[in-house]
Design a protein around this ligand. Structure first.
Ligand SMILES: N[C@@H](CCC(=O)N[C@@H](CS)C(=O)NCC(=O)O)C(=O)O
Length: 200
């Protein structure tokens, strides 16, 4: 059975959410998130959350885990298959969610909550908010007239993006973005996300 290293509120929510959407059994190894000045300090394989063990496979990186789970257990659900129409757009948003949306949000998080107060730099927060605003607007435009990133159908790209969007909402960055506000509400209504948010 899949073993998933998880801490509430961390990116491991993405993997719990995906497993719940797909109805795949898993064993949760919940850890306390350890705020630490050095990265790779979590009590999991590789020191990061999430991490996944599935037989011989032990891996980290939430996007890679999502792709692995889809390939191994998805049976064609929640993603266009390689070569199918929509595959490129799916991969684009799946990777955008971690590689482009998360970095400015993480800077905001580090310099408003994670770091000791004396080490927080307000200019980094201001820069993060400005960069996040531009990035969020790209998704706002992409969601015009669409329920989900691929159109009518919810996909694992929404799982990846949803985590960052909930963080952006927490930082008050969605006020002027009606498509994103509606998108987050739509995602919040999904029972699988509700179960993931409550996973302990
Ligand atoms: N790009 C990685 C980022 C993983 C990551 O940094 N996770 C955070 C929790 S959300 C973590 O483990 N931080 C603590 C550390 O690096 O020690 C992913 O998507 O899984």
């Amino acid at each position: 059975m899949i073993k998933l290293y998880h801490a509430p509120l961390t990116r491991s929510i993405r993997v719990v959410w995906l497993l719940e959407e797909l109805g795949i059994p898993y064993q949760l190894e919940t850890r306390d998130y350890r705020p630490s000045p050095t990265p790779f300090a979590q009590p999991t394989p590789f020191g990061k959350l999430p991490a996944l063990e599935d037989g011989e496979t032990v891996m980290f990186e939430s996007g890679a885990i999502v792709e692995y789970v889809l390939e191994r257990y998805g049976q064609g659900r929640l993603a266009p298959r390689p070569g199918e129409p929509g595959r490129g757009t799916f991969l684009q948003w799946l990777h955008f969610a971690e590689a482009t949306l998360m970095p400015p949000l993480v800077e905001i998080f580090r310099h408003t909550m994670l770091k000791p107060e004396a080490e927080r730099i307000p200019a980094v927060v201001a820069d993060g908010r400005a960069r996040a605003a531009v990035t969020l607007n790209v998704v706002e435009q992409a969601l015009r007239g669409r329920d989900y990133l691929l159109g009518e159908d919810f996909s694992a790209a929404d799982v990846m993006m949803g985590y960052g969007m909930k963080m952006a909402e927490q930082f008050g960055l969605l006020h002027e973005l009606p498509n994103l506000k509606a998108y987050v509400q739509r995602l919040n209504a999904r029972p699988a996300l509700q179960r993931a948010m409550g996973a302990k």
